[in-house]
Design a protein around this ligand. Structure first.
Ligand code: FES
Length: 161
């Protein structure tokens, strides 16, 4: 196979192109490539999905189908700080609803939404395996545990800009 020159301008697309180039069996690497694209861009835009379709020689409809099937993938932009409140049983019992409500109030967004300045996204998720720290919140890859509603101010103050 002959390596193609990347036709895209942005660094992220070049990086994604290089990532794709490492796979011999491109069609079976679709999930990995989508995962990497979402890591790079923060979400999967139509442009990114069409790029992947072209590079993997996979129909765009298949890409759109996979992306809409797996809840992990998102086609809407996420904030620089992705706040995810665990709503698993242990966290729920220990007050996770109050924590997420405090984030909603402070950020003036609902769960599943992103602030207009793209600084913060707020989502809920199921047990992250840290039940001993319930209630738990993830901010990007950082774990915060044993939270109370006032801790939300501290978390936001330490994760801005
Ligand atoms: S229920 Fe939240 S970490 Fe397990």
């Amino acid at each position: 196979m002959v390596a193609e020159q990347c036709r895209c301008e942005s660094e992220e697309f070049k990086e994604l192109d290089a990532y794709i180039a490492q796979f011999r069996d491109k069609k079976s690497s679709l999930i990995k490539v989508l995962y990497e694209a979402q890591r790079l861009f923060g979400f999967l835009s139509e442009k990114a999905m069409l790029f992947i379709a072209d590079r993997l020689d996979v129909p765009a409809a298949k890409i759109f189908g996979v992306v809409s099937f797996y809840s992990y993938f998102t086609t809407t932009p996420k904030g620089r700080h992705q706040i995810k409140c665990c709503m698993g049983t242990a966290c729920f019992v220990r007050g996770s609803e109050k924590i997420i409500a405090a984030f909603e109030e402070k950020l003036k967004i609902k769960r599943g939404e992103t602030t207009t300045d793209l600084e913060y996204s707020l989502d809920s998720l199921r047990c992250v395996g840290a039940c001993g720290l319930a209630p738990v919140v993830l901010v990007n890859d950082q774990v915060f545990g044993k939270l109370e509603a006032p801790d939300v101010d501290t978390i936001l103050a330490n994760n801005k800009g």
